[in-house]
Design a protein around this ligand. Sequence first.
Ligand SMILES: Cc1cc2nc3c(=O)[nH]c(=O)nc-3n(C[C@H](O)[C@H](O)[C@H](O)COP(=O)(O)OP(=O)(O)OC[C@H]3O[C@@H](n4cnc5c(N)ncnc54)[C@H](O)[C@@H]3O)c2cc1C
Length: 437
Amino acid sequence: MFDKGDRSDRRFLTYEHHLREGEITDRGVGASRPPCDSHRDFLPDGKIPAVNDLPKDCRVAIIGGGVIGLSIGFHLTKLGITDLVVLEAENLLGTGSSAASAGGLRQQFSEEANILYAMEGVRQIRRLLEETGFDPEFREHGYLLLACSESRLKALTKDVALQNRLGLPSEILTPGEIGDRFPELETGDLTGAAFLETDGYCDPHAILMAFAEGIRKAGGVILTETEATGLLLDGPAVVGVETVRGEVRADVVVNAAGPHGGAVAAWAGLDLPLRPCRRQIFCTHPFPFRRDLPLVIDMDHPFYFRPEGEGVILSAAEVEETRDFDLTLLDADLSDLVERAIHRCPALANATISGGWAGLRTLTPDGTAILGPAPGRPGFLLAVGMSGHGITHGPAVGLALAEWIATGEARSLPLDPFRADRFSPRPPAESPGAIEG
Ligand SMILES: Cc1cc2nc3c(=O)[nH]c(=O)nc-3n(C[C@H](O)[C@H](O)[C@H](O)COP(=O)(O)OP(=O)(O)OC[C@H]3O[C@@H](n4cnc5c(N)ncnc54)[C@H](O)[C@@H]3O)c2cc1C
């Protein structure tokens, strides 16, 4: 029976486990996977690495040691810029949104720029093992987006045409075709689905580790327990960061602070339309289930699920703004989620919930990130608002912004669709937290 099972907080248990094991982080989806040992070489004896001294100046200072900040740092080192520091407030890397992700890699977007970033992300993740030695365990089982209405199917059909034009082999399936390929699913109320077999899911932990080790090996500095507390300003220009360990001057300061990106931007007087929203993921105990199912999203009765380890993970795909960043796991809506899940996939009735976790997705009004130079603030770069696709887009964001820092333009990918002033030009205002330097 698909009931709540024991209500242990899996996220907390996993976090404790990794602390004990000396691993950097994996509070989230890696819970049921075997621990990754490949990063031991930069964590000898399972110890957390020693904290380096804060440099007095550097070329690039990155605020935030999640997938986005680390990806930017990694790509900078690949372009030969190693004089950089990543500043992370917590004692471990990747404990923010990155640890909470479902590890989904979806290229099926509606906008050209988001598709191109996702395609580049998947390209890099396919190469990750060979390039870095870290295995992202990319399970290329696809994403299946289910439609229950004609209007939803029409929208998916339009998206698929755009994706095909950009080179993705996504396709529209009829309810009959869905049933043939995925007999586990109830199709009686469906009008169709979009499917892309080259989508899938991965281990986000390995991606983070690969980027962090790449930075360290190239000579870049990563400092944990180093919270940024303000920006150093020289007129309109951002010229460095104030931290709990002192100041670091930098030619370029990058805001990659995830859900705290709005607060960091406000230090420069920028009012960015960022909304941190809670989302929960529940995981099940092991049970007999098909392991190569795609990540299935029920678009019209929002929820998604996918195999993970010997069980599944599932989420009500809620969009709930939070002001206090409270990540307590709530089971108020669990019975509704369970009902939707069993309706769509009757075999889930054999599962029991083992736990789960909550995380923050940082949304913008159009669901697309804010990337590139901050309006009116030379020396300040924004990499925020990654919504529910920061793991997928992270590798490409790193490439585009590293190119921009190194050469003044993003050569491989478009940056313009992500510019901050697309919402409304909000000129810098008074800057609490800014320090004139
Ligand atoms: C439940 C859930 C499921 C998701 N599923 C997916 C998915 O399937 N696929 C996908 O692609 N994406 C998914 N996402 C989204 C993805 O996890 C995020 O978009 C991504 O992790 C954002 O990365 P980030 O580096 O911007 O933020 P974070 O990972 O939050 O990193 C920001 C870092 O900045 C640090 N920081 C903040 N303020 C300061 C400061 N003042 N000084 C120093 N450090 C600071 C924080 O401690 C944090 O470590 C999901 C998110 C959630 C919550």
